[in-house]
Design a protein around this ligand. Structure first.
Ligand code: SAH
Length: 359
């Protein structure tokens, strides 16, 4: 396959209403024309200007000459026996990311990526194992949602959106901020969740946003020794500092911070660990989502989930401490779409490197 020359046309996807107006008004002349393009891009998920039949043909042709619509190409789609669909999406520079569409009764949850790769090198995560990539643009973030909406039309408008795919969203605020602003026009902010490994400066910046999505924090261990072992990021942002910032995090009434906690057999699943976790969160508006570890071949035999009875006992202990505690259902693992299994390592562009694990 010969490499395609990169497309030099600016991407319209990812431009906010004001930005789009500044870009297009000189060309289309009237504000309502700009709004027609805006709706076509974001409400109808148009991927080609030819689909904007409300515009005169010469205008469509001119727009296509000058701009592109960065809905990524679906390179591969794998459908799990439980209905979960994992997508490998190809970006303009040849990098690829994965996104997952998880159906649950009449609602779908889209798990999307914020970076192509991840520099944080968490020991349990396949994306981190394969190393740093680059941050996605707002257009590339929205493009994942649009590509899936086009491919799986029945998912309609009943969407939850979770930034739990590849990458650390709070190391890409520049991309996620406009993306969330635009996506929240059709998906309520209450249905959008940003998950972080605990990047404190990012949390502080998120706290200052006027309109905020839900926040989830990947905790995984109740003390620094074990958390640093699992997540090198904990050495830069240790638990005490992290919890201090989270305790100040502004929450709307009745909203809670979600704490994700991977259960690893014999490592962090003892009753005393549940007690320590409860103590760490004491007084906070928090809920806990337990994730029995998902194994993956590249991680070797480190990722062993505890027996079901241990998971249930751990959950019960947290419930007894008064915390809403759920156990995340494993979805899509027959197509490597489960948490921590996202990787696009086979198709990264040149210059892609494995992280060196020092942080
Ligand atoms: N960087 C962000 C966004 C990724 S979210 C974050 O760390 O929160 C991905 C979620 O899947 C995180 O909660 C992560 O800890 C979890 N995860 C990663 N690898 C996993 C594995 N092998 N088994 C179960 N959960 C895993």
């Amino acid at each position: 396959m010969t490499a395609r020359a990169p497309d030099a046309r600016p991407d319209l996807l990812g431009q906010t209403r004001d930005h789009l107006e500044a870009t297009l008004l000189p060309i289309v002349g009237k504000r309502f024309r700009v709004l027609q393009v805006y709706d076509a891009l974001y409400q109808r998920a148009a991927a080609e200007f030819a689909e904007m039949t409300e515009l005169a043909k010469p205008l469509r042709t001119e727009l296509a000459e000058r701009f592109r619509i960065g809905v990524p190409e679906i390179e591969e789609r794998r459908v799990s026996s439980d209905g979960t669909r994992k997508y490998l999406l190809k970006l303009e520079d040849g990098a690829s990311v994965e996104a997952v569409d998880i159906p649950d009764r009449d609602r779908h949850t889209l798990c999307i990526s914020s970076q192509a790769g991840c520099a944080l090198a968490c020991r349990f995560c396949v994306t981190g194992f394969w190393g740093a990539g680059r941050s996605l643009t707002a257009g590339e973030i929205i493009g994942q949602v649009q590509a899936i909406r086009r491919d799986d039309p029945p998912l309609g408008e009943s969407l939850n959106l979770v930034f739990m795919g590849m990458g650390e969203p709070l190391l890409n605020l520049e991309g996620i901020e406009p993306a969330i602003a635009i996506l929240s026009e059709s998906i309520s902010l209450r249905r959008i969740t940003v998950s972080t490994a605990g990047v404190i400066p990012g949390i502080e910046r998120l706290a200052a946003w006027e309109r905020r999505p839900n926040l989830a924090v990947s905790l995984h261990a109740p003390d620094d020794a074990r958390r640093s072992e699992l997540m090198p990021v904990n050495k830069s942002y240790p638990l005490a500092d992290l919890m201090k910032v989270l305790r100040k995090y502004p929450l709307e009434p009745r909203r809670r911070i979600t704490f994700e906690y991977i259960l690893l057999d014999g490592f962090n699943d003892a009753p005393g660990d549940a007690d320590a976790l409860a103590k760490l969160l004491r007084g906070m508006s928090a809920k806990i989502n337990l994730i029995p570890a998902n194994p993956d071949a590249v991680l070797g035999d480190r990722m062993v989930p505890p027996p079901a009875a241990t998971v249930a006992a751990f959950q019960q202990r947290l419930l007894d401490h008064g915390y809403t505690t759920t156990v995340r259902k494993r979805r899509g693992d027959d197509v490597s779409a489960a948490c921590g299994q996202l990787r696009a390592f086979a198709r990264q562009p040149r210059g892609f490197r494995r992280s060196n694990l020092s942080f």
